[in-house]
Design a protein. Structure first.
Length: 185
């Protein structure tokens, strides 16, 4: 999960992270994620496939006009869902604990104590909450003593408008010494 780039001009678009690691990283752990098509940020299968749904690209971030750009929404869940935790702190304050749904179930069914905190419902934590014909990626629910006090919905968006990185990806996969910049457009 490094950020090293060699001789990249601001106009070039390059791979920054593939399966969570620099595309040039050939360490055993980095290549293990490649071989498993796995996401190191959530410890699950990667969701970044090509348009035919046959090749798992695993591309987390790229450069665009000299800036690193996250192109996979799951990348935003790094560090134990830190982005979701920041939203919870902003919406509900610093003093309420945030639990993923499975941890909430364990706490309320085994501890015998009343819970006053935030439960995150979304990807890999319960499920997305559906409201009529739409659904929210995440709902942060303030639960106190089994009652819903208030909630906030979150939509997590990333967009891949950075060009075609197929040749760069194949060069990285094949551990080539030279990884070409992406084709724009």
């Amino acid at each position: 999960m490094t950020d090293k780039k060699k001789n990249v001009t601001q106009s070039q678009r390059t791979l920054v992270e593939v399966f969570g690691y620099d595309p040039r990283d050939v360490s055993k752990v980095a290549r293990q994620f490649w071989h498993l098509n796995a996401c190191p940020f959530v410890g699950r299968a990667c969701i970044k496939f090509d348009h035919t749904n046959t090749i798992c690209y695993g591309t987390c971030s790229v450069t665009n006009t000299g800036q690193n750009v996250v192109i996979c929404p799951v990348r935003l869940y790094a560090n134990d869902y830190e982005t979701i935790r920041e939203v919870a702190r902003d919406a509900f304050g610093e003093n309420l604990p945030l639990l993923m749904f499975d941890d909430y179930i364990k706490q309320v069914t085994t501890s015998g104590t009343n819970f006053d905190g935030i439960v995150a419902l979304g990807q890999n934590s319960g499920k997305e909450v559906k409201i009529t014909k739409m659904s929210m990626d995440w709902v942060l629910a303030h639960i106190k003593n089994g009652e819903l006090i208030e909630y906030v919905g979150i939509e997590v968006q990333s967009i891949d408008i950075t060009g075609n990185y197929r040749d760069a990806w194949y060069a990285a996969r094949d551990e080539k010494a030279d990884i070409p910049p992406q084709v724009t457009g």
